[in-house]
Design a protein around this ligand. Structure first.
Ligand code: AMP
Length: 254
């Protein structure tokens, strides 16, 4: 079984993002970039499938500028076998365009399972996996907290849904998106980071995947980007009685 994992290069989750002064977006100059955390979980899951003998190959794919090769190398250092960079020149590619590109790669690679993150922490779209499943007409298991491959034809996916868990059985090939509790990704060891530099990364253009430049034409316009409102300063209370009095009489929550 071949597993394809989509990995996106995003602003590192520890970075406090700065909004550009003209409100046109977020300032990416000199900002630390990393693999999207949900995609790191997706890579870990695919590697575990390979270690348990259920997957034969783990292939990573990233769509974006040439810098996304770093993101692929991070996943290769964790243990994936090879990478595919679909170079679009631009770092920002909307979910539908990414889904169309991933569809083409999934078909040419004859993937049995595609694992994506449930969302990218930069755009918070939570769309690409669902769109990919629709374009391929493959079943989808989103927000996965357990992925149990039963046979080369079947996978059980436990989903984190409002108010509990839901387990679905999907026919393979299928699309799965990861939630936070699926696993804890491993740290890449130094020897594996060195080895990853030599693992193959194929660099493809849009025309290599059978698409034209028009696929990148934005469908969305960002009107404005704003910082969240700053929180008002709190107050200190002297004792529990005073706290309860304020909760009752000022905040009205008791
Ligand atoms: P989104 O729908 O943008 O929130 O992204 C959901 C998931 O789709 C991410 O966690 C990635 O697995 C995948 N994805 C989105 N954009 C890209 C990209 N440019 N390259 C590779 N994978 C991507």
């Amino acid at each position: 079984m071949k597993v394809l994992v989509a990995v996106k290069r995003v602003v590192d989750y520890n970075v406090k993002v700065r909004v550009k002064s003209d409100g046109s977006g977020v300032d990416l100059a000199n900002v630390k970039m990393s693999i999207n955390p949900f995609d790191e979980i997706a890579v870990e899951e695919a590697i575990r499938l390979k270690e348990s003998g259920k997957a034969t190959e783990v292939v990573l794919v990233s769509v974006g500028s040439a810098k996304s090769e770093e993101t692929l190398r991070t996943g290769l250092a964790m243990g994936a076998d090879r990478g595919i960079l679909v170079d679009t020149d631009e770092q920002t590619v909307e979910p539908l365009a990414v889904a169309k590109i991933l569809k083409s790669v999934a078909q040419s690679e004859q993937a049995d399972l595609v694992i994506l993150g449930k969302q990218a922490i930069d755009d918070d779209c939570n769309q690409t996996g669902q769109m990919l499943s629709a374009l391929l007409d493959w079943p989808q298991g989103t927000f996965a907290s357990v992925v149990d491959v039963l046979s080369p034809e079947k996978v059980n996916v436990t989903r984190e849904v409002d108010g509990g868990l839901q387990t679905l059985q999907l026919r393979l090939p299928a699309v799965v998106t990861t939630d936070l509790r699926l696993n804890e990704p491993r740290f890449a060891s130094l020897p594996n980071i060195m080895k990853a530099k030599k693992k193959p990364v194929a660099k493809l253009t849009l025309s290599d995947v059978g698409l034209g430049d028009e696929v990148l034409t934005p469908r969305l316009t960002v009107k404005t980007t704003q910082e969240p409102a700053s929180r008002q300063a709190g107050i200190k209370v002297g004792n529990v009685a005073e706290l309860i009095e304020k909760l009752k009489n000022e905040a009205g929550v008791l």
